[in-house]
Design a binder for this molecule. Sequence first.
Ligand SMILES: [Zn+2]
Length: 287
Amino acid sequence: MRFEELGLNEAVAKRLSEAVNGGRLSHAIILEGGSAADRHAAAMTVANALVCSGRGAKPCGVCKDCVKCSADSHPDIFVARGDSEQKSYPIDLIRQIRNDAYIMPNEAERKVYVLMNANLMSEYAQNALLKILEEPPGYVRFILTCGSKSSLLSTVISRATVFLLGAEEVSGDDELAARGKEIANRLANAVMAAGEIEVMKVTSELEKDKALFSACLPELREILCGALAVKKGGLPYNEALIESKLAGQVSAERLIRMLNDIQEISDAVKRNANYNLQLTRLGTKLR
Ligand SMILES: [Zn+2]
């Protein structure tokens, strides 16, 4: 897709296109705001333009690189979404990017890393990324997208050029994910509160809200995995405070047991098993 076809604010589309085509795009950019679909389309168009080998305005849409881009199969464009089941960026992925960045591009003159939903990166992940953002090889470009850059470290933001696509449009999905995360945090705290009342208080809010229940389960798993990582001497994932607290208060055996229970409950919910029964089961397993 060409820049003018993106349906973005005209001034932003022009600024992006001129920066790419004029070879003035900094080695890292942040695409902020607008809808998730806008950010995705804009990021992929910039990535495409950066590897395009055609003449004239890029992306040309017809060169071999553009053809591969439209099939989402260009070997020099790496896309991470941070929106898989775990809704985060594992630190290993950032390390992998850091190592991979030193390997020359396969076909194009550039190698592009697109990190969608970069706001989901933990502070640790961002600090790990910073090492390569500060001094990337000349052929490397980074494109970060986020609804709002408020969760990005100022050190990361200062290494990049920010393009504001518009006011952030929050989709129902984002909202649900945020609520799921909040419930998961409260459940994790309830686990430490000892006694079933706290757990019951939170699970009662999930009654009649299967979508929220389903959204909270992977978040809760993530927190427990983070706590387990801390227990093993590693770094927490996203909720550093709760995960460290959990690691201090709950045994590894119990964490693993809860993780297995939550996995089973998630699977059951996906199979459409009696939902209220699964909710009760969660309450029993967490107290
Ligand atoms: Zn092209």
